[in-house]
Design a binder for this molecule. Structure first.
Ligand code: PLP
Length: 491
């Protein structure tokens, strides 16, 4: 099914545009600018339009269909947010404009900080970090700075449950700290006894995702936080995903000292294909002075009856973690999302995210075993194993593509064998969920009765199975700077 390239379609002399008649004297181009061998394809405009449209149709996004990628939260991004972010007053700002001329934009930043403070129960928020992982690194650097200020230089250990997202241990290493892994107990909570044993004078703190990546609320969260505070450590919340908590539980009230928030998971901003993201970080009163800056602040009444906004560095700030103010366009989108939904809308989103996940869990659990089977939050884990069938989680995912669905997250969290991590989000209706359930149940039947059709899937998409072993063993790295001497290259 491979598409001819633009080069293969090229016909000498064919041209895609009409240039206007020359209205200046014709001149020879300098010889070194003219290359006979540039080999550019020659095509008509309609050929080019069709070529790129076809390529775009091979892409799969949340606008093309159901995308139940657990932990990643691929919820719909309302188009009104895009319209607002593109208003020239926001989109065409120069980051060096003086505060007096960008009061409206500073107000957006200030108000978004206030909203996140209120939603999460924190004293202060910085919008600086550009992603979830970036928020984690920021939080760990803040914890280090806080402990150093209190003479606690000997603390190096960060406790992380074995169910954690891979970014947690990675951020810990980047912050120059060491990971101590804590096991999960039989109910899918962090193991309290193991946590107790790990608590001591060398502990920086705990990095905890709640609900954890099994999609379960930590049932002993109060005891967990007490234990960590009891040994002089701090509690960092990985709040990449607030979809089950928003408007219901405030992490600050639970006792978390710090937490980041992925605007692209909870507050409707696009994931952006690796492009600009935002992972604001909130802090309790004692950690707030260490937040990265600048953050937006407001002074009442400097101009008669008008608030004045400006950018300020927190007192003991760890400094900047982004250029200028961070990814401003994402702040506009998230603020629009929060205003558009309001307090009741945000709470209802969380309730529907949890309802949808539980509807899928209970509808699928007879066909696909659910470990730690109890009421889940915004996502759940099942096993991609059916009876004695040779079919594995990856095969089920490939077969789902034949039904027009994006696969769930595979093989994560690492503590569940053949894990399929399913997160429907609140933005899907019952019809879509029912179609997904029907597809999954059909695949379960096939796995038992006709496993080959699943093992050889996908059958209907442009790219079939990739050779994943070869891809890992013989990786071909694209070198963006082939002439640069300073880069070391893989041999
Ligand atoms: C997505 C996610 C992260 C990382 O967020 P990025 O914005 O991708 O860096 C961290 N922890 C959890 C639990 C996540 O789901």
């Amino acid at each position: 099914m491979s598409e001819a390239t633009l080069y293969e379609k090229s016909v000498p002399g064919r041209i895609g545009i009409d240039l206007p008649a020359l209205d200046v004297p014709e001149a020879e181009l300098p010889e070194d600018l003219v290359r006979a061998d540039n080999g550019l394809p020659e095509l008509s405009q309609i050929q080019i339009a069709r070529h790129y449209l076809k390529l775009s149709q091979r892409n799969y996004g949340v606008d093309s269909g159901f995308y139940p990628l657990g932990s990643c939260t691929m919820k719909y991004n309302p188009k009104v947010n895009e319209m607002i972010a593109r208003l020239p007053g926001f989109a065409e700002l120069h980051p060096l404009l003086p505060a007096a001329s960008v009061q409206g934009s500073l107000a957006v930043m200030f108000n978004l900080q206030e909203c996140i403070k209120e939603i999460a129960g924190f004293s202060a928020v910085s919008l600086q970090p550009s992603a979830g992982a970036h928020g984690e690194l920021t939080g760990l650097l803040m914890m280090r700075a806080y402990l150093a200020d209190h003479g606690e230089h000997a603390r190096t250990q960060v406790l992380i449950p074995d169910s954690a997202h891979g970014t947690n241990p990675a951020s810990t290493s980047m912050a120059g700290l060491t990971v101590t892994e804590i096991p999960t107990d039989g109910r899918g909570n962090i193991d309290l006894e193991a946590l107790k044993a790990a608590c001591g004078p060398d502990v920086v703190g705990l990095m905890l995702t709640n609900p954890n990546t099994l999609g379960l609320f930590e049932e002993q969260i109060d005891q967990v936080i007490e234990l960590i505070h009891g040994c002089g450590g701090l509690v960092y919340g990985d709040g990449a995903n607030m979809n089950a908590l928003c408007g219901i539980v405030r992490p600050g009230d639970l006792g978390f000292d710090l937490m980041h928030f992925n605007l692209h998971k909870t507050f409707g901003t696009p994931h952006g294909g690796g492009g600009p993201g935002a992972g604001p970080i909130g802090a309790s009163e004692q950690l707030a002075p260490y937040l990265p800056g600048p953050i937006a602040s407001m002074q009442q009444g400097e101009v008669a009856d008008k608030a004045a906004y400006r950018l300020q560095m927190p007192e003991r700030s760890i400094g900047r973690v982004s250029t200028f103010v961070g990814n401003f366009g994402m702040f506009v989108r998230a603020y629009a999302y929060i205003l558009n939904h309001g307090a009741t809308g945000l709470r209802s989103n969380a309730e529907h995210a949890v309802l949808n996940a539980n509807y899928l869990r209970t509808s699928l659990k007879n066909a696909f075993p659910v470990p730690f089977d109890r009421t889940c939050m915004h996502e759940f884990i099942c096993r991609g194993k059916v009876g004695k069938s040779p079919v594995r989680a990856v095969d089920i995912s490939k077969r789902l593509m034949d039904h027009g669905f994006h696969p769930p997250t595979n093989y994560f969290p690492l503590i569940v064998r053949e894990a399929l991590m399913i997160e429907p989000t609140e933005t899907e209706g019952k019809q879509t969920l029912d179609a997904f359930i029907a597809a999954m149940l059909q695949i379960a039947q096939e796995a038992e009765n006709d496993p080959d059709v699943v093992l050889s899937a996908p059958h209907t998409v442009p790219v079939r199975r990739l050779d994943e072993v070869k891809a890992a063993r013989k990786a071909i790295f694209c070198d963006p700077f082939p002439d640069a001497e300073f880069l070391s290259r893989p041999s």
